[in-house]
Design a protein around this ligand. Sequence first.
Ligand code: SF4
Length: 225
Amino acid sequence: MPPRTDNVSRYLRQTKELFGDELYLTIQPQSSSPSLDVDFNSNLSAFEQEICTCQKCPLGQSRNKFVFGVGDPKASLLLVGEAPGATEDEIGEPFVGRAGKLLDKILAAIDRNRQKDVFICNVMKCRPPNNRDPLRTEVDECEPYLLHQIHLIKPKLIVALGRVAGQTLLNVDKSLKSLRNTFHDYHGTPLMVTYHPAALLRNQDLKRPTWEDFKTIKDFLEQNK
Ligand code: SF4
């Protein structure tokens, strides 16, 4: 696994490719975690237009549709999955199908929905063939896009949905169980890891711990308005 500084360097290189030299950095050396404050003359939909034809990794060749993400561009809650699945690749929207419907119900239980204070996306914007896990090299190319989405949205909390999303964002090889129940740090934004809604469809026993996680998420967001 490459060090985190590689991701930041790649983010800066890619954003320079996208936006030229209009790039301002504030580096806070006192912080224990990497802090990135980059100002671009850009908004979320303009950013989507900038990157929707991306061919930086081989998944650009095999995808059907690019899946940028949906939701409130100023959401306090950012949900991040691993990568689009088959239906998402067909439609161009993350978390559709049965798992998506379950996610919608979970969001309704904390008084949110896809348009209300939530943004939903994936680490990878294109589907890996046969739903395989994304390769580290592919993640390294795509993760800077997520970093820029976070920069534009400025969520109060990021929630990684599923083991692979959690492992990928935190750059660790730990079980989902060990990643739960902790506020991690993702480039200066608190990050929690919980179960992927598809896992709940396969195993009903995961519904209770997932609901506990979303109660924690709701409390956190109410305390950090
Ligand atoms: S997965 Fe990401 S880096 Fe690869 S082609 Fe798609 S948008 Fe580009």
